[in-house]
Design a binder for this molecule. Sequence first.
Ligand code: GAL
Length: 717
Amino acid sequence: MLYKHLQGIVLGVLLSFPALAQDTWKEVAPGIWKTVIGTPDAYNLLTAADVSPKLEGLTKMPAVVFPLDPSEIVAEVTENQTQLRFPLNREEEIFGFGLNFKTVHQRGRILRLHVDHYGDSDNGRTHAPVPFYISSEGYGVFVNSARYIDVYAGTGSRKDSPNPPEARDRNTDNAWTARPYSDAVEMRIPAQGVEVYLFAGPTPLDAVRRYNLFTGGGPLPPRWGLGFTQRLHRLYTDEQVHEEVQEFAQRGFPLDFVGLEPGWQSKSYPNTFVWDPGRFPDPEGFMADLKQKGIRINLWVNPFVSPDSPIYKDILPLTASHTVWAGVVPDFTLLAAQQIFWKQFETEHIAKGVSGYKIDEVDGYDQWLWPDVARFPSGISAEQIRQTYGLLVQKQSAELFHARNERTYGLVRASNGGGTSFPYVIYNDYYEHRDFITALINSGYAGVLWTPEARASKTAEEWLRRMQTVVFSPMAMINAWASGTKPWSYPEVEEEVKSMALLRMQMMPYWYSEFAKYHFDGTPPFRGMNLEEGFRSSDQKMTLSDKEADLEANPYAEATRREVKDQYMAGEYLLVAPMFAGETSRRVVLPAGKWYDFYTGDFAGEGQVITVTPGLDKIPVFVKDGGIIPMADPMLHAPEKGEKYDLEIRHYGHKPSEYMLYDDDGVSYDYEKGDFSWRKLTVSVKPDGAISGEVSKAEKGKPDNLGNISWKFMTTQ
Ligand code: GAL
């Protein structure tokens, strides 16, 4: 009897978690609260990323109060784990949890957040499994832990819930569902404690902005980073690189930087980090020649050190117990390892002219990487190093460029929470065009950048369709070194591909300003429709096909809403709806307000689902009413420091509006010292409908690269 009674007490303690009192939450920056539960690991995502919040941007955001009822957030530390619970109301939607490829809505999902190469399923294993989610109610939650975190995003139903699901009879009740209602996001962290951050809105986009600003603001790429890039065959020689670069110029295709794949080194997998003397006898001269032609060099690397590398002996004691491809694995949490490793990069690559890196294979696969039983000399667990390796290599390599006051923009295959400000774009080997678009959407919820690179294609049509989305992405990249595909490889679409590539260059002032907004205001340049004002989730139901809606045919299925995961926002004013090979038409969900065709300025629709049949040469793009898109001439290279360019400012629709155009030297970090300018582009509409545009004067002593300025009012009726 007594035993039974005691058992009841013990169970009672275990079953109900203590709520976190309001005073355990400390406001650490405007609209951002932090709480510390138990005894967290000393090493976490934010210590790995080691970035400072952009307070200036945060202070400009709307004043807000603590966004949740503190009594509804509960946490408990039991033996070896910390459990967290956050409330969900009935209509609430949640987004985020990293770089997912197939789903945008995360409510109802179970994930284990684990850095890995994406394996065709949204189960938490991905290149950037960021433990950050955003609610449609306008707040965000970030769990600052470098552990593998289990997430039950609205799946569990508790007995003690104030809103338990109703028990229904499946025999007779149509409302029965296989997954009854759950009122919480629950998480399990295998650690004795954890830090949690809560980001207020008021809108979901504001919550994202606060997260991005808190983690340093987005990177501001050098202008050339937003131009075109091609990756070359892994065994090319310096001559072959020159030939290919020349062919781009002869054919009139834009090109700003080229990537050398593993064979620039004397040995790779594992790597020497030394130029191959046969293929690249004079790296310095080679890169200086290219630079004269307006082309920069990006080097492929992975961090696994070959026994034949000159740094091998010195770094050996500072590496993990396990090797990768028989190369040693530096413990980048140790200063001594950092110094040895990056000095090779500084003296042998960057000082000789290298502009950036593609840092490969810092994500997985499990069969390749060190196992979780590996030991690192710092004593930090293999799990935590796995979760943060991408952050460490991004941060440390970017610092080399920062120290020289030169911007870089490169590629990486892993990142995590805290990595927002690093000038790297994630890519991978998974190659589904549609899923690449969903990843682009999710990158905007995760504080990372993603490129839907073009590698190879079965048909000319597919090549063109892929190139069209590459143009509307953070890095316009062809990574076709293995297939040998060139932009002009399909003669039947060569002109179309070229005009898309030139469009990318024309839009440079827009892209550059949008990245500046990512940097200063935290607004992701590429993001999902759910962050767009005027986009109602109910709109999504409009896209449900009859087959999908037919629950008779599949009684175990839920009435899932079909997600809008194949269209996205690019910058302040553009909605991009890519076409995929084999399709001639598609549906586009236009949020509330009027939308116009990007190419013609014609009215396209207003808060409705439209069907478009754009033809092969066009990727459907729509502009919000009042949209202002600053465009330059179609250049073959991004403007260099001090190079003037003419501006054609396009306006769409009938609304008066404004656009902030950003400018600086395009290459250095002088903007950190205030050496930048914003020009205000204003469109006014008179009562008789007459429309006019104005550009604010250039500030004295500030960068000003604008040549002739003209306006084009795209919507004529
Ligand atoms: C892959 C990478 C590719 C390419 C290749 C070189 O892992 O994802 O983009 O760089 O390695 O061996």
